[in-house]
Design a protein around this ligand. Sequence first.
Ligand SMILES: Cc1cc2nc3c(=O)[nH]c(=O)nc-3n(C[C@H](O)[C@H](O)[C@H](O)COP(=O)(O)O)c2cc1C
Ligand code: SF4
Length: 353
Amino acid sequence: MNKLFEQVVIKNIKVKNRIAVPPMVVYTWSDDTGYVTQNNIDHYEAIAKGGAGLIIQEGTCVNKKGRLTDTQLGIWEDAQVVGLKRITDAVHRQGTPIFVEIHHAGVVGIAEEVVCPSDYECMVKGQLKKGHELTIDELHAIQQDFILAAKRAYKAGYDGVEIHACHSYLISQFLNRRINRRDDLYGQHPEFFALEIIREIRQQTPSNFIIGIRLGGFEPTLEDGIAYARIFEESGVDFLDISYGFVQEATPIVPKDYPFKDIIYAAQKIKEAVSIPVFAVNGINSPELADKILEQTDVDMVDIGRGTLVNYNWVNDAKAGRDVGTCLYCKTCMWRVDPMKCPGKLKHQRNQS
Ligand SMILES: Cc1cc2nc3c(=O)[nH]c(=O)nc-3n(C[C@H](O)[C@H](O)[C@H](O)COP(=O)(O)O)c2cc1C
Ligand code: SF4
């Protein structure tokens, strides 16, 4: 493992290795208030003990109306800061930095009236969602929600925020020209919605507070992903975490003999175009693969998501040359529904006992 356990610097923080735990919601622990519970604290503390260089807390909603479920963690009101601070304290006690992903679902949310950059209809879990085009006042109000959420994140002790701008949620809907057909500034410049949020967060938080963005590598094409990455780098974001966008072009152009997943190819190409740290993700299921990606693509960090859910101690085990456990990549990850039903985790625990 030449690179995996090397230190990396993100803005002002030294990260002890190149493994980040990406945001992963666990819906069963909170309730309609979106407040942090002891389970959330124990979860992140255990992940920190497991040795990852960096934790990015799950998608935490900036507005109750922008939720994905009625039990999603929230950062939409000041009183939520107390519980969130208990997470950052527990993680910092292990010497691990933590960012929080700030999120709004847009048209794919659970609210009765969902919103979208333009009128848009889509099926979500068998249900037809009809998003109405955001008025300019509604649009500005949601930008404020993101800015206030980032300020709360700072107060709660997070080292930074990751703006959720991929996976089909609101900012992804703005960035994707197939969804965003507005004829105002926010349609002519689809990145404006996020850029204005980033600028204000920068103005309203101390200069050492880290701002990153989770961006679709194909939004809808790789060329778009690269162009957005450059724009956000110029706007002063501190890192780019590259995942899937909304509706991408049918087949992304990836060389036939490319040894890794298409989304890792996107992260590699984006890294070639920018100089800030870039994170790559998806299906990285062994320390050997993680190291190979770092060596061969020049990305700065790898995200180990479901691997961490299967085994909180993934990083320490990798470092010690032990079995890191096996995620079965189930069609629906049970951690969204009931962590106790994760077959990978049980398998690993059986192996250990
Ligand atoms: C249970 C679960 C919850 C997730 N929640 C989020 C989330 O809140 N925000 C996000 O950006 N991605 C989320 N994801 C996607 C992961 O961050 C990651 O990109 C994906 O699992 C692929 O990485 P992996 O193969 O290492 O698991 C989630 C994935 C899982 C399995
Ligand atoms: S084994 Fe299945 S439930 Fe467990 S982390 Fe992997 S995908 Fe999720």
